[in-house]
Write a protein that binds this ligand. Structure first.
Ligand code: TYC
Length: 120
């Protein structure tokens, strides 16, 4: 999905010499959108079953995958629930945090930029 344009260089055009100096034309290519990961954080109080249900409902994971993600968070401190464009990631994180708060659980998630991969 490419939808932003990026100016990567100036290219000298044929008739670029004028009394105003050298005129360069922009070289434009599609820019990959920056992606953001929603990261779930561990705590000592939120029930495991509640966390699994959150991952199923908000991130459309199967019970098996949701359980693996929950256990990763539980043992390693944090885990990625999904990768999205910034507005989707921010919205999902806000919905999860609000639902946890409404349910009186301390569960929290946060949004982090995904490191750029040079190959893409
Ligand atoms: N550590 C919690 C417990 O032992 C479970 C848990 C897992 C909480 C993942 C939050 O993001 C979380 N009940």
């Amino acid at each position: 999905m490419f939808y932003m344009l990026e100016i990567i260089a100036g290219q000298k055009s044929d008739d670029s010499e004028s009394e105003l100096g050298t005129i360069t034309e922009p070289v434009i290519r599609p820019k990959k959108p920056s992606m953001y990961q929603v990261v779930l954080l561990n705590d000592d109080y939120t029930p495991m079953e509640f966390v699994v249900e959150i991952i199923e409902e908000f991130f459309y994971k199967t019970r098996d995958v949701a359980t693996r993600i929950m256990l990763k968070v539980h043992t390693e401190g944090k885990g990625i629930c999904g990768v999205f464009t910034q507005d989707v990631a921010e919205t999902k994180a806000a919905l999860v945090n609000q639902h946890a708060q409404d349910s009186k659980h301390p569960l929290m998630c946060q949004v982090e930029p995904v490191e750029d991969n040079e190959e893409d």
